[in-house]
Write a protein that binds this ligand. Sequence first.
Ligand code: 13P
Length: 260
Amino acid sequence: MHEGELMRSKLVIGNWKMNGDQATINGLIADLSKTEVSRLSELVVCPPFLYLQQVGNSLSQSAVKLGAQNVCQFSNGAYTGEVSASMLKDLGCEYVLVGHSERRHVFGESSQQVFDKASQLIEAGLVPVVCVGETLSERESGITEKSVAEQLSFFLTEQGVAVLEKCVLAYEPVWAIGTGLSATPGQAQDVHRFMREHIGSRVAGVSARLQILYGGSVKAGNAAELFAMPDIDGGLIGGASLVAKEFLAIAEAAGSYKAT
Ligand code: 13P
């Protein structure tokens, strides 16, 4: 184990995406919060915006933290339909996803917007979870590293590094999201190591401390071997985070939860 690894704790984040309603979410939270836990400080759930308050209230006595799935890149004002970083802070969020591939590919979010969103979050005292990842055709063309480096480029400018320092990163290969086809531990580790080295080659001191999560078809059955990789510091979980038993088993594989 090297020094950086010792400095980094594991983190598991559940991204519920656009799923659930009040009833199903109440059931999920009840299961998450009633479980006896010995150490749960690194577990986060990101419900849809509409349910943040409901989930935040219900989990306030538990060690599960609250996160959101997106934020506006502007601070406040006439931006119909948007949600600001300060509103998320107001509701008790601690972590916020930015640049998820569904935001980039379905809603056309650019890397500049992703950076602006992360900057807003830092200003509001929240932790951005910056997602990057290559598409299948990029992987097949051998440009995975180039694609990931491009998505990180705004964070590696002089101004960007101050933001990057306060972020968590998530590597989510687009081809592994929701497909049941996870990257192998080796494939994921290679990209995580590349990200850490690439960042380290631009800025000294930051990369060893940065938590880099893996996301893409993480399940109870493959979490432990992914989390055992030296540069994988936890997971960003989609489908499996909607099933309490599965999500808690993943958390347990990361050591952030222990069934008692
Ligand atoms: P799945 O775990 O459903 O593949 O989704 C991953 C993801 O997109 C988490 O943000």
